[in-house]
Design a protein around this ligand. Structure first.
Ligand code: HEM
Length: 466
């Protein structure tokens, strides 16, 4: 491989001290991955962890190194890792897990469906779902009820992605797939932290649950796809319609039913827990910084339209800044891993072929030379004139494998926050113990218990005369 800009001398990079014989830093990584990664990143731009029988992992923290792995030499960093292999078992060969020419073709076909102009049409679905939830929160505020906002964000984003994908609400109590998505998310961590990979055909209770979840989700999506194929072109205007009618510009080919199914399941899973985590952390930070929360409330009170529309978001830039700063401190995709195909050199460190390479927005987003006072929640960092490089701030990844849903997610998170915050403000209850729980995404160990207070800034209320 060609070398990166930092090449000076070839060496293996500093190793985090304190590794135990045979198992290395595995127990420490399992117990507290966030602080282990932070401690490793303080040793150098690329530093090592001993992952026991799995060999060494190279944590690439410097933005130049991130650029090398995610852009300049991205084909050298494959997704043949335990995490992606597990996702492959769950989701098949969708955009998130596939590679090479197959991935390139799928991405080419799917990309137009996520074009800015196309996703604008989903704003209505997002606003409607958030308004329904806002109404429930107002009722809870009146009853002074405590509720878990982390759960509500999961339900909200599942409903939104389901309705935008295939015009069905999977968060509805009668939905067969909502609970199965939960099973897969739950089993993901058990599988990737097991000492050895667990083949899916082993007769274990966990495997049976996973097989059942996959079967139910396959049946559900196959049925929808079959029905739409039988009935010819439909006018749901959802992502599935777009994916079914999309053709590869180079070859004129569309997706087979099997590919469609894998893509639909990928979008369902990739597109809801991440946004739910981003919103959960945003509510947490707003509750902990009431002065910023009050400013946001006042800015939203200035909007006079009865229903929030995407254009309104430009008039309240603090919404975007709050979400961006929340994803800086608590990026939902807190880590993504690759395997080096050939030996490469990153920031002067030699990464041997076959080793694990870790990129972590959680770590890079805390580099003090880029983000002064990095632990502080300062949404004004994201004022328009202060642009960060896309390898210093990358909650959606970077390079060719950047999140295809990033425009969708940003619109969804901003609309949801605007609609909900206009009606209520939330405060964590005194007994709330908010600790990050780094699973597939960065979630919350004990949920987010909150109480809501109704605001008086909602034009719908005045227009309805109460
Ligand atoms: C705040 C919300 C979200 C965050 C933080 C996020 C983050 C990411 C990241 C970091 C990656 C790159 C992973 C890697 O390089 O290994 C990614 C990929 C992906 N995301 Fe998202 N995502 C979000 C929302 C969504 C939504 C709403 C959708 C779809 C509706 C989606 C679909 C995907 C897909 C399909 C990929 C794979 C893209 C490819 O490799 O071609 N994501 N996401």
């Amino acid at each position: 491989m060609q070398s990166s800009p930092h090449t000076s001398s070839t060496h293996h990079g500093p190793m985090l001290p304190g590794g135990r014989p045979v198992i290395g830093h595995l127990p420490r990584m399992r117990k507290d991955p966030l602080s282990t990664l932070l401690a490793t990143s303080r040793l150098g731009d690329v530093a090592r962890l001993n992952m026991g029988p799995r060999g060494h992992a190279y944590l690439v923290g410097h933005p130049d190194g991130v650029k090398r792995v995610l852009l300049d030499a991205y084909t050298n960093y494959s997704k043949q890792t335990r995490g992606f292999n597990t996702l492959r078992v769950f989701l098949g060969r969708g955009l998130l897990t596939s590679e090479g020419s197959f991935w390139r073709k799928q991405r080419r076909i799917a990309q137009p469906a996520f074009h800015h102009a196309k996703i604008q049409r989903f704003a209505k679905v997002m606003v409607r779902a958030a308004e329904d939830l806002a109404q429930r929160w107002v009722e809870r505020a009146r009853r002074n009820e405590t509720f878990d906002v982390a759960d509500d964000m999961m339900q909200l984003t599942l409903r939104i992605v389901g309705e935008c994908l295939f015009s069905t609400d999977p968060s509805d109590e009668s939905s067969v797939i909502g609970p199965q998505v939960d099973v897969l998310l739950d089993r993901f961590i058990t599988r990737i932290t097991a000492p050895v990979p667990i083949p899916l055909n082993w007769p274990l209770a966990g495997n049976r649950k996973v097989r059942h979840a996959i079967r139910v989700m396959h049946e559900f999506t196959d049925e929808i796809i079959d029905e739409r194929r039988r009935n010819g072109p439909t006018e749901h205007g959802d992502l599935l319609d777009m994916l079914m009618s999309a053709r590869d510009e180079e070859t004129g080919e569309g997706m087979s039913p099997r590919q469609l199914r894998d893509e639909v399941l990928t979008l369902l899973v990739a597109g809801h827990e991440t946004t739910a985590a981003a919103l959960g952390w945003t509510w947490t930070l707003l509750s902990r910084h009431p002065e910023i929360d009050e400013r946001l409330g006042a800015d939203l009170a200035g909007l006079t339209t009865p229903t929030i529309e995407p254009d309104d978001l430009q008039r309240v830039p603090l919404i975007r800044q709050v979400i961006q700063e929340s994803m800086r401190l608590y990026p939902p995709a807190w880590i993504f891993a690759r395997k080096a195909v050939e030996t490469d050199e990153v920031c002067g460190v030699t990464i041997p072929a076959g080793h694990l390479v870790i990129v972590s927005p959680y770590v890079t987003h805390r580099r003090p030379e880029i983000f002064h006072d990095p632990e502080r929640f300062l949404p004004e960092r994201f004022e328009p004139e202060s642009a960060f490089s896309r390898y210093s701030y990358f909650p959606f990844g970077a390079g060719p494998r950047i999140c295809i849903g990033n425009g969708f997610a940003m619109m969804e998170a901003q609309l949801a926050l605007a609609v909900l915050r206009r009606r209520v403000k939330l405060r964590l209850t005194p007994e709330a113990n908010v600790t990050p729980n780094p699973l597939l995404t960065l979630r919350f160990r004990e949920g987010l218990p909150v109480r809501a207070t109704e605001t008086h800034a909602n034009p719908r209320r005045t227009s309805q005369g109460y």
